[in-house]
Design a protein. Structure first.
Length: 328
C-alpha cells in the first residue's frame, strides 16, 4: 500500500472514530431498601391496559394501570416509625425532590407525595415515591452512588399504607419500563439479582464482590482401628410407624411472607402521585409501558471523541508531513 493510500485510510478511520456515538452500558439496579425482611412486593407493573391485570410473570399480582413496583412494609405504620431507609438503586444524579407532605395516608387520595427522582448515566431515571415526611437526605443536582440512603419509606400522596413506589422511566413523554425479565416482561432483567417471583431483588450493586463462602469444616481425625477387634455391628432400623410416606406440603412460591402485627396485605398505591410540578417530574400516570434493548445509545445522540480516533488522526497527520518532506 502506498503512503498516499495509507493516508486516506487513516483519515477515513479517524473520522469514523471521532463521530462514533457513545454507547451507554446497560444499567442494572439493586433492591432499593436496606431492610431485606421488613417488606414484600405488594404490586408489580400492570401490562394489560385493556382493563385486566397482568404482571411480568403473566399473572395478576398488580392492579389496573399501575406503573412501577411497590414494596410494602410488614407491620405498616409501626414498621415505618422505626425508619426504613430507601437507597439509590444505581449511580446517578438527583434531578428532582419534593418533601414536606403528610406521610400517614390510608385513603389513597391524599394528593401530593414526597419523592426523589434520579437520572442515571445511561439516560434512564428511577423514581422513589410516597416517602416519609422530612426524611429526604439528598439535594437536587447531587451525585449519588448505588446504595446511598436518599430517604425513608412513608405513606404520602395517594397511598393506602407505608410502601415505596419504585419506577424506571426515561424521556419525554414519560415512559415506564419493566425492570423484570419474564414471559410477559422483558428479555433480560435490569436487576443485579432479580430472584424469584414475588421475592425481593438482591441488595448488591453492580461491581460488588460477593462474600467468599465459608470453608467447609475439617473432618474429625480418624481413630486408629484395633487390628484384633471386630467391626461394630450397625443398629437395626426401628420399625416404621407411618402408614405411608409423609410429604411436607409444598411451599407456594407466589405466597408472600405474612405481615406482622396482623396487618392486612393490600396494594398500597391506590393511584397516581398527583400535582407533580413540571420542574420536578412529568405526570406519574401518563406513561406507557415500553421496552428497549439492554444496550442503548446515550440520550445525547451526538458523537464524542475517543482515544482510537485521535490516535488514527495523529498518524494520518504524521504520514502527510512525511510525504511533503519527500516531495520537497
Amino acid at each position: 500500500m502506498s503512503a498516499a493510500v495509507a493516508l486516506r485510510v487513516l483519515v477515513v478511520l479517524s473520522c469514523l472514530g471521532l463521530a462514533a456515538p457513545t454507547i451507554a452500558r446497560a444499567q442494572r439496579y439493586r433492591y432499593p431498601l436496606t431492610c431485606d425482611g421488613c417488606a414484600y412486593v405488594s404490586a408489580y407493573i400492570d401490562h394489560d391496559r385493556s382493563g385486566g391485570r397482568e404482571d411480568w410473570n403473566c399473572r395478576a399480582h398488580t392492579y389496573n394501570t399501575h406503573d412501577g413496583t411497590d414494596f410494602a412494609l410488614n407491620g405498616r405504620f409501626s414498621s415505618m416509625d422505626r425508619g426504613r431507609n430507601v437507597v439509590a438503586a444505581a449511580d446517578g444524579r438527583v434531578i428532582a425532590i419534593h418533601d414536606g407532605e403528610a406521610d400517614r395516608c390510608t385513603s389513597g387520595r391524599c394528593g401530593q407525595a414526597n419523592f426523589v427522582y434520579i437520572e442515571h448515566d445511561n439516560g434512564r431515571r428511577t423514581l422513589y415515591g410516597h416517602l416519609r415526611r422530612r426524611s429526604i437526605r439528598v439535594r437536587r443536582g447531587q451525585r449519588v452512588r448505588c446504595g446511598r440512603v436518599i430517604g425513608q419509606v412513608g405513606s404520602s400522596g395517594n397511598s393506602t399504607g407505608p410502601h415505596l413506589h419504585f419506577e424506571v422511566t426515561r424521556g419525554d413523554p414519560f415512559t415506564t419500563f419493566e425492570p423484570y425479565a419474564g414471559p410477559c416482561g422483558r428479555g433480560r432483567s435490569w436487576w443485579v439479582n432479580q430472584r424469584g417471583y414475588r421475592r425481593l431483588p438482591g441488595t448488591a450493586c453492580v461491581g460488588d464482590t460477593p462474600p467468599s463462602p465459608e470453608p467447609p469444616p475439617e473432618p474429625p481425625p480418624a481413630e486408629a482401628e484395633d487390628a484384633g477387634a471386630e467391626p461394630p455391628v450397625p443398629p437395626e432400623d426401628p420399625p416404621s410407624t407411618d402408614a405411608g410416606p409423609s410429604t411436607p406440603p409444598a411451599l407456594d412460591a407466589s405466597t408472600p411472607p405474612p405481615p406482622v402485627d396482623g396487618a392486612a396485605m393490600v396494594a398500597p398505591d391506590a393511584g397516581p402521585l398527583d400535582d407533580w410540578t413540571p420542574d420536578a417530574a412529568p405526570d406519574h400516570g401518563g406513561g406507557t409501558l415500553g421496552g428497549t434493548c439492554a444496550c442503548e445509545v446515550s440520550a445525547s445522540g451526538g458523537g464524542t471523541a475517543n482515544p482510537l480516533g485521535l490516535t488514527l488522526l495523529l498518524g494520518a497527520l504524521l504520514i502527510r508531513r512525511t510525504l511533503r518532506r519527500r516531495r520537497g
